[in-house]
Design a protein around this ligand. Structure first.
Ligand SMILES: Cc1cc2nc3c(=O)[nH]c(=O)nc-3n(C[C@H](O)[C@H](O)[C@H](O)COP(=O)(O)OP(=O)(O)OC[C@H]3O[C@@H](n4cnc5c(N)ncnc54)[C@H](O)[C@@H]3O)c2cc1C
Length: 462
């Protein structure tokens, strides 16, 4: 009996008959996430239903030295949940309960498989807000968000997942269960273990319960869309908005290739399809008056006449404005199923230099690129489309292209990823952004949590 057969037998003894799936058609769906052009088959799938089950699976795999890959909803875009070394995919999708929305303490207690959008809705029903808003919020899980430190447009005002985790329960490779933090805001009790698990991309432990900080939900919010004659003008406007002491919840940008792509995709059903850049700005607050004051300040800062800015307060109107921004990935996939998706971060003021330099580089090589993202926090999405290029040629081109993009971001004072993580796609490039001393420390942390290296091997650390 080989090691995988032994693991299947032991998992079924511990969890029950039929709990370790190994049929090819079932495994197929767990061989990929949303990363373009990447898949690898697992040997076994276990959909855990409790922390005790997670603990049993980890203990067995650790004893048998078989890899375990934690998986949330599989919406990751850097291959974090792809079992590149085979082994067991440990899915948390069935541990999806919102255990409690505690109004008094403004805390949500949730299982890792809970869908982020569902947590937001449950909080809102109590007048509370869970602000992090990845574009994938209707399909990603909170466990994946914690593992990736997911962010979204509202990071400008509210921060990212990192800013809302008050406590975690997680399971180590040997099956031991650790609980840290809870329904309290301050905590100075020893090392910040939750802080180490945040962003660890399922390489240190499996998260099984999360305490999330909630805040009072603002009573009003609206969106503004402004067109610009160039990306530089749009970025200058962002700078002036922030200087005007208005803190928008979100400031998103799209450059002209992104606007044209989505306009084509939606048959022009987007506002200002001919603009060279868009800014989509969200503001929120407790009174309509404060919002109107913010609109005036923003309009003055942008320097555009009022009639050239669309203000959307109602649901369908707002949806129309966000439609273009949210449809970019779908539009890209429709045009080129294989593409490079980068999410570097640079100081806000360097966005135009970063993007202009890259556009020139891509154009010179005949590559089609689409750029958009979070102007308010410097996290820019740079997607390069394979189009009809020969696949072998594309594969040869990608490593050099990635390296060039990362070096330019780092050269401008930024780093290689703002929200999508390292996963397996970018591990070879980590030394560009982290010193050898940092990487050595990461290796020692990994060893302390997972001495046999069974949890999500082949991710993050080169
Ligand atoms: C259309 C689209 C839009 C997106 N927009 C955004 C965005 O705006 N902002 C953003 O940050 N990301 C975005 N993403 C990326 C993705 O949704 C996030 O990375 C998300 O956090 C992944 O969550 P998931 O549950 O799908 O995790 P998965 O893809 O299943 O896993 C991601 C990583 O987390 C680990 N993991 C998952 N659950 C656990 C757990 N319980 N314990 C330990 N490790 C675990 C996995 O091992 C893996 O390394 C987008 C993706 C798509 C497809």
């Amino acid at each position: 009996m080989n090691r995988i057969e032994t693991v299947i037998r032991r998992i079924e003894e511990a969890l029950g008959q039929g709990r370790a799936a190994f049929e090819k058609d079932i495994l197929e769906a767990y061989s990929r996430d949303e990363t373009s052009d990447l898949s690898a088959m697992p040997d076994v799938l276990v959909r855990a239903e409790s922390t005790a089950e997670v603990s049993a699976v980890l203990r067995i795999c650790n004893e048998e030295m078989v890899p375990v890959v934690p998986r949330g909803a599989g919406s990751g875009v850097t291959g974090g949940a792809v079992p590149v070394n085979g082994g067991v995919v440990l899915s948390l999708e069935r541990m999806n309960r919102i255990i409690e929305i505690d109004r008094e303490n403004m805390v949500a207690v949730v299982e890792p498989g809970a869908i982020t959008g569902d947590i937001q809705k449950a909080a809102l029903a109590e007048g509370l807000m869970y602000p992090p808003d990845p574009a994938s919020l209707e399909s990603c899980s909170i466990g994946g968000n914690v593992a990736e430190i997911a962010g979204g447009p509202r990071a400008v005002k509210y921060g990212t997942t990192r800013d809302y985790v008050l406590g975690l329960q997680f399971v180590l490779a040997d099956g031991s269960v650790i609980s840290t933090g809870g329904k309290f805001v301050k905590n100075a009790t020893g090392y910040n273990l939750a802080g180490i698990i945040l962003g660890s991309e399922g390489t240190l432990a499996v998260i099984t319960k999360i305490h999330l900080r909630l805040i009072p939900a603002p009573r009003h919010s609206l969106d503004l869309l402004a067109p610009f004659g160039s990306l530089e003008e749009a970025m200058e406007a962002v700078y002036r908005i922030l200087l005007s002491k208005t803190v928008p919840a979100a400031v998103e940008f799209m450059e002209e290739d992104a606007i044209r792509l989505v306009a084509g995709f939606h048959r022009k059903d987007i506002p200002f399809p001919e603009a060279r850049a868009h800014l989509l700005i969200q503001i929120d607050g407790d009174s309509e008056e404060s919002l109107h004051r913010d609109i005036e300040k923003i309009a003055a800062a942008i320097g555009l006449p009022g009639e050239e800015i669309i203000v959307a307060a109602g649901g369908p109107q707002r949806e129309r404005l966000w439609k273009a921004r949210r449809a970019i990935r779908e539009a890209i996939t429709a045009e080129s199923p294989v593409f490079l998706a980068e999410d570097c971060v640079v100081p806000r003021s360097r966005i135009p230099a970063f993007l202009a330099g890259l556009k020139e580089l891509f154009n010179a090589r005949g590559l089609r690129s689409i750029m958009f993202g979070h102007a308010g926090d410097g996290n820019v999405h740079v997607d390069v489309l394979k189009g009809d290029m020969d696949y072998e040629k594309w594969k040869e081109l990608v490593p050099g292209l990635r390296r060039e993009i990362y070096l330019r971001a780092i050269g401008l004072g930024g780093t290689i990823t703002g929200e999508h993580g390292i996963g397996c796609l970018r591990r070879g490039y980590l030394p560009l952004a982290a010193s050898s001393a940092e990487i050595e420390l990461m290796k020692r942390i990994k060893k302390a949590f997972d001495p046999n290296g069974i949890i999500n091997p082949g991710k993050i650390i080169p």
